[in-house]
Design a protein around this ligand. Sequence first.
Ligand SMILES: Nc1nc2c(ncn2[C@@H]2O[C@H](COP(=O)(O)OP(=O)(O)OP(=O)(O)O)[C@@H](O)[C@H]2O)c(=O)[nH]1
Length: 756
Amino acid sequence: MVTLTKSFVASLSRGYKLPVFGGALASKRFFQSSMTNSTYEEEKVVIDKINATLKPEDVARLGKTRNIGISAHIDSGKTTFTERVLYYTGRIKAIHEVRGRDNVGAKMDSMDLEREKGITIQSAATYCSWDKDNDSYHFNLIDTPGHIDFTIEVERALRVLDGAVLVVCAVSGVQSQTVTVDRQMRRYNVPRVTFINKMDRMGADPFKAIDQINKKLKIPAAAIQVPIGAESELKGVVNIIDRVALYNEGKQGEILRAATVPEDLKDLVEEKRALLVETLADVDDEIAELYIEEKEPSVDQIKAAIRRATIARKFTPVLMGSALANTGIQPVLDAVVDYLPNPSEILNKGLDVSDPEIEKPVELIPSSSEPLVALAFKLEDGKYGQLTYLRVYQGKLKKGGYIYNIKDKKKIKVARLVRMNSDEMEEIDEINSGEICATFGINCSSGDTFTDGSVEVAMSSMFVPDPVISLSIQPSTKDTINFSKAMNRFQKEDPTFRVKFDAESKETVISGMGELHLEIYVERMKREYNVSCTTGKPQVAYRESIAGSTEFDYTHKKQSGGAGQFGRVIGNMALATDGEKNEFETQIVGGKISDKFLAACAKGFEESCMKGPLTGHKVLGVKMLINDGQTHVVDSNEYAFKAATIGAFKQAFNNANPVVLEPIMNVTVTAPNEFQGGVIGLLNKLGAMVNDTENNSDDFTILAECSLNSMFGFATSLRASTQGKGEFSLEFKNYSPCPPHLQKQLIEEYNKKQKK
Ligand SMILES: Nc1nc2c(ncn2[C@@H]2O[C@H](COP(=O)(O)OP(=O)(O)OP(=O)(O)O)[C@@H](O)[C@H]2O)c(=O)[nH]1
């Protein structure tokens, strides 16, 4: 059996740990630039310095802006919640339910497919205003999808947002996807307030859910409300900080009536208020001091401490209600204003790419007078062409002005600027730093950065992770025009979705980040482009590498008749220092191979890495060094040296203990306790390695590692062994050598295909 050195395996998994279901923006370089491990206190020193340079008009404007995401486990009610937010902020005139009988569907689920299935597939950005204490606040609200396979949308949204509302179901509590979303929020340093939804359902228990947030998400959380009534008798909530009861009245809960706390809730209010102060004392120095001195903090001190601790990502205040029953939504909007940061309270960094060799992180200044830096975080194909969503981090974007795409330095005119309300739009003339808008007519990809041309700053590197799964696809009809149109559009919208034509099998192959990810595109093709397709079996994206090192001496020679060919390359092949990359190096002395021919050698190496000798999959983590060789005065040419390198690569690769690598996933499974034995049995059968098990009073969570290959059909078997109550999520961990029998089988299959 082939064994890999520890350092090699470590090098493959080192660096970035991309969520396999998404994460295009989560590139390694992006992590270095934006994902700091610094504490908020360290960031705050820089933020304060930056803010001291801002003009009063910027400070005032930013203070009234909130860029907020809404994230949760699937079906927790995000879309229903957002619909209420749009209604109460006056953006829409009526509330339509998700899967509602009125056939209109919720506003934010504007794609037909979303309306029909009642799930959110694409995120949609919406602008709305909320009045509080005689001030008007502007929210840019992003509804994010809940399903694991659309995590790319969640990740993109979190990247451009300054805070989030985490929606948790009052009955189910913290679910597997809540844990995933929480992990993403940590990764992007997003502060959050929590809303416990579905308080009208039987068995709703907000305090149990809060306990789970503390334990499972490991973030101190405390209620700032208690419910008035329960289940179908839910009437409103008590704000326990101000000790005020809030009743939702009117046809759609639009009237919020304040009243004294009901007598029967007074004890509960005091108990939960004391718990809130105690929790804050653990995370905030000012409250801690008062707590030690046994002094009661004032309402303002409590609110200020919640704001500080929430923005510092040390605490999450918990609100509760029912979106469907129109209860408790307005206080969440107040909490967004009170406790979530404005754009000047978050440290955003870009990369100075003026020198491509050294990308230096630079802090962005949310001032409208600074040079423009904006990130295209989402594309949509709308009625008027490509709609590009932008977050302006610095500077100002004007209608009629010019911007430059940092990727290709192309100058582009901004013909139209709009603010979006799901699929409707409002024309605007300019957009300032810290805001989100959309524009038409810009030909770009998701993740591109735009500037005014005076700075060379990128918000994230252009690196996009390779997909891990692929499917062959064929249109059932002859409508190839629409088929290609759809493919092009999907690829632009989603960098993790790729399309390629396999010349050998004469098939179009689509690749992506999960089974459902691809299934949705197949479905969208049918619905939006009227093209039905047949698909092949899902295939895992394997990689090839070596486990040893070797020397090579290879001559490519054709010197009989006609123009001759001669090229000889000598050197060695070993593991690359960076396991995520391949490296090519030359150390030729005495001009034995000219620079021109060495460039041809580099091309030969690149070509070889695209198609490994064992199974035709890409090569990963291999270094090739050419340090000697021979040239023929007449017969040597670029072609001959390229061919010599390809030959040498193949020979050396086969001599250096070649291995096939497969994607290993982090698997999180949650199910009620009675199914624990069955789930462990199931994971064992798949060859998964269980790393941790966490038991709660009624459910358990298992963290395991398993090859993606073994995970096909897991959804079905988990459902069967947990009576449909188990849930799981997957995240890419690293590439690791596949079992020898699988390697053998893959090589045999490949060889058979080659012979055909
Ligand atoms: N009883 C009750 N049902 C709710 C509540 N909020 C939402 N629902 C229902 O829960 C289901 C899911 O709601 P959605 O708003 O689509 O949930 P979502 O989180 O946006 O779902 P995805 O976008 O698919 O992740 C729908 O049938 C809603 O009617 C609530 O407060 N109480």
